[in-house]
Design a protein around this ligand. Structure first.
Ligand SMILES: [Fe+2]
Length: 209
């Protein structure tokens, strides 16, 4: 008789991407909106982990124009779906998280050639969300984001091919990426023409006080 077998992905780190194929018109409006902000003011660099580029203050979602409202809504749906799908795997809570518990704090980033982000986490939040609006078409790894394995000891695994140092995501316009905020990540620079525009948010799950 075969023994009862249980296998658990004990230290899973769920990383989600959703690729929206029909958001070209939205992306054009968001890109114009971010470029207008970049022309109008200086970059807000306090507490930011980056070299170069233009960053709005972290209050982009407080009184946003319609195109940013649409991105915020995509992100809110993504956060909800993230928790639902992970819960269905048996990992984490099964009970639905009420919509009012999800808080998003957002900003926009516009970067050009040679700008990059050194390793950092999004301290104080639960999930990091990035919606890619415009991404120059460059050879890998230019412009890619590498999520570092939060379990560095996993690199010593005995499973052939299982030595994982990072999970690379190659952004495309219309992609939404969500991962746990404790996952350290870097953004590679790109070289040559083009601008890389994304909307970034910290998602916090807070029960009412
Ligand atoms: Fe980041």
């Amino acid at each position: 008789m075969e023994p009862k077998q249980i296998m658990v992905q004990a230290f899973a780190t769920p990383v989600f991407t959703w690729q929206f194929a029909d958001r070209a018109e939205l992306n054009a409006r968001v890109a114009e909106s971010v470029r207008r902000l970049a022309r109008a003011g200086r970059s807000h660099d306090e507490n930011r982990a980056h070299q170069g580029g233009f960053y709005t203050p972290g209050a982009l979602f407080d009184d946003p124009p319609p195109e940013i409202v649409e991105v915020r809504s995509l992100m809110r749906d993504g956060v909800r779906r993230y928790m639902e799908v992970v819960a269905r795997t048996g990992y984490g809570r099964i009970r639905a998280i009420p919509d009012g518990w999800i808080h998003l704090q957002g900003w926009a980033a516009l970067t050009r050639e040679r700008d990059y982000q050194p390793p950092h986490v999004h301290a104080g939040s639960n999930m990091s969300c990035i919606y890619y609006v415009e991404v120059p078409d460059k050879p890998d790894p230019q412009g890619a984001i590498d999520l570092m394995n939060p379990l560095p000891a996993q690199e010593m695994t005995f499973i052939p091919g299982g030595q994982t140092t990072h999970c690379r995501v190659t952004p495309r316009p219309g992609m939404l990426l969500i991962f746990p905020a404790y996952v350290s990540h870097i953004v590679h620079p790109f070289f040559g023409a083009g601008e890389r525009i994304c909307i970034v948010a910290n998602a916090m799950i807070k029960p009412p006080a």
